[in-house]
Design a protein around this ligand. Sequence first.
Ligand SMILES: [Zn+2]
Length: 257
Amino acid sequence: MVQVKAIKAFSDNYIWCLTTEGNAKAWVVDPGQAEPVLAHLAAENLTLGGILITHHHYDHTDGVAQLVKDDPTIKVYGPKNSPFKGVTHPLVDSDSIDVLGINFKVLTTPGHTLDHICFVNDNMAFTGDTLFSGGCGRLFEGTSEQMWHSLNKLKTLPAGCKVFCTHEYTQANLTFAKAVEPRNPSLLAHSELVDELRKEDKISLPTTISQELKINPFMRSDIPTIIEEVPKEFISVTKNNEPWHNFAALRKFKDNF
Ligand SMILES: [Zn+2]
């Protein structure tokens, strides 16, 4: 049985730590800092087995060098086309990897960055800065078209698949989501729940694919009415009426929200 725990880093990052019963090895996802990981491993009597990297941003990678310095055999899985040079096992779309006996498939999900990948199976998805609860990553390097395709890949995961994203952005994302869909009952109910959790400094994650399909405007961008509340200046008129039209409008609205 796999266990996934959140290690807090920086102000709102989570470094996910995977373990299985009876195994003293742990794997971590996107260690932007080494210290909190080392403290967690020491407290739980674990040693590091490997590292998964979703993309090159410093708050996902800066801890890697220190974590592997005493044991260069530690595997660092990450995107092949990454500017981050600490990856020992470069991955491309549809690659399969084994983490503590659990199989994960690699999905390339460009948009937030061009090197972004997600690690997924039917039960778990580590989505980095691509899919957040209630939102999605900013487009630093990619286009709306790319991000729309990337989110569509995640939409095909099973409804009950748990989504582990890197940031505690849920509350702010839901404030925006409510501006887009002020009468979405699932969204309003979930927003209240998250407010309660955050009041007590509790984590709002993981989420699930089915939850995001109900509350996340970016995952719901194919619904024709989803841009009804989006101010006109953020809606571009495209002659081909591309399927990512609504996504692009929502992303512009959020960037200016
Ligand atoms: Zn990032």
